[in-house]
Design a binder for this molecule. Sequence first.
Ligand SMILES: [Zn+2]
Length: 108
Amino acid sequence: MNCKDAEKMISPFLEDDLDNKDLAQFLEHMESCDECREELTIQFLVLVGMKRLEDGNTFNLKYELDNMLKDARKKLKARRYLVATSIVLELLVAAMTVVTVILAMTLS
Ligand SMILES: [Zn+2]
């Protein structure tokens, strides 16, 4: 992913609107690119920070953004786990179908 793509994804990221593949690449880019991380920080501040300040809450920008990135990584892991689990389940169902067919053929 290049910086242009990453910048386009900042707003969907902040709205939790990226799919697994994009999210993984986005997080990877944010870890390695200071410029995009700075852009993310600014947009995060605009989107979340301003709202917090309006609500009169204190706001620790760096802490909140770090948390959001951490959560996104966790979510990504959980989603990948779910995908892996559903693939395993599908394979199990397929295997059981085959076994059932073989049994039916053997018994008849
Ligand atoms: Zn970049």
